[in-house]
Design a protein around this ligand. Structure first.
Ligand code: ZN
Length: 76
């Protein structure tokens, strides 16, 4: 009963997002549709949230803190 939960990353300054539900993408592709995206909103004080797509699949949206900054600890 434990399906893998999809995680969508959004930038640190984003409040609104459009995501693709991977489960719906598979369903829609099979029947020839392309409407597997859904839109949501995550307020800036929340690091992540759980949303449901239009079919009710669970998708976690997580804020990426350092999207544009390279890791400084990486070996040169
Ligand atoms: Zn879905």
């Amino acid at each position: 009963m434990s399906e893998p939960v999809q995680v969508v990353a959004i930038s640190a300054t984003s409040t609104a997002f459009t995501a693709v539900c991977e489960i719906c993408l598979g369903i829609d592709t099979a029947v020839g549709l392309t409407a597997s995206t859904f839109a949501g909103r995550l307020d800036l004080d929340l690091p992540e949230g759980v949303f449901l797509c239009r079919r009710g699949h669970q998708v976690t949206v997580a804020r990426v803190e350092t999207a544009a900054e390279p890791a400084r600890t990486a070996a040169a």
